[in-house]
Design a protein around this ligand. Structure first.
Ligand SMILES: Cc1ncc(COP(=O)(O)OP(=O)(O)O)c(N)n1
Ligand SMILES: Cc1ncsc1CCOP(=O)(O)O
Ligand SMILES: [Mg+2]
Length: 202
């Protein structure tokens, strides 16, 4: 995949990966923050099987060793996650890498590990977790894109279907979201609305 799909939902269970992939999402992140290795292994394996069935790519957040073991498509790592990760092993096994950035220093570090995409956030306030960074605002997306050129840029944080066009117009190649899809009464229906709105590049 040279281009990232524009619609990039982030979810916390294999069941949701399955539902969103079945609804047409082509790139889904499994982000489970607290679970033992047995459960994580099962969730990643189930999510991967669902992605393979539906032609989607799976991004595993944080758990790079299990992602390698299970043969995931991507790993997403934050700056602290990078400290302990064996990036050559990721590459050897053919996994692609996404890295979080929140300021210019982090962007420089991220570019140094030659990621397959860079994520910038939070664009707007997010309810998902407390973060020490003020919202970046849409203007920062253009700044990041000018800095990284053809390296794909993912915008994340407080992004709704209504806010997504401004992110894409500002230079984001993809928009990632948790709440707008996961907290919707009907996540697959919300995913379909996103896919309809973003059209053939979704
Ligand atoms: C697409 C995307 N962007 C950013 C993040 C955040 O990663 P990180 O900074 O490591 O924080 P946690 O998600 O691990 O709490 C992400 N997961 N996905
Ligand atoms: C994990 C993460 N990293 C930057 S913002 C964010 C949370 C995104 O969640 P939401 O789309 O609900 O604001
Ligand atoms: Mg992380």
């Amino acid at each position: 995949m040279n281009r990232l799909p524009r619609f990039y939902p982030v979810v916390d269970s294999a069941a949701l990966v399955r539902d969103l992939a079945a609804a047409g999402a082509r790139l889904v992140q499994l982000r489970i923050k607290q679970a033992d290795d047995d459960r994580l292994r099962r969730e990643i394996a189930d999510a991967l099987a669902a992605c393979r069935r539906h032609g989607a790519q799976l991004v595993v957040n944080d758990h790079w060793e299990l992602a390698i073991e299970q043969g995931a498509d991507f790993v997403h790592l934050g700056q602290e996650d990078l400290d302990g990760a064996d990036l050559p092993a990721l590459r050897r096994h053919g996994l692609r890498l996404g890295v979080s950035t929140h300021d210019r220093h982090e962007l420089a570090r991220a570019r140094g590990v030659r990621p397959d995409y860079v994520a910038l956030g939070p664009i707007w306030p997010t309810a998902l977790k407390a973060m020490p960074w003020a919202p970046q605002g849409v203007g920062r997306i253009g700044e990041w894109k000018r800095a990284i050129g053809t390296l794909p840029l993912v915008a994340i944080g407080g992004i709704t279907l209504e806010r997504a066009p401004a992110c894409l117009a500002a230079g984001a190649d993809a928009v990632a979201m948790v709440g707008d899809v996961v907290r919707h009464a009907d996540p697959p229906a919300r995913a379909r609305a996103w896919l309809d709105a973003l059209g053939s590049l979704a």
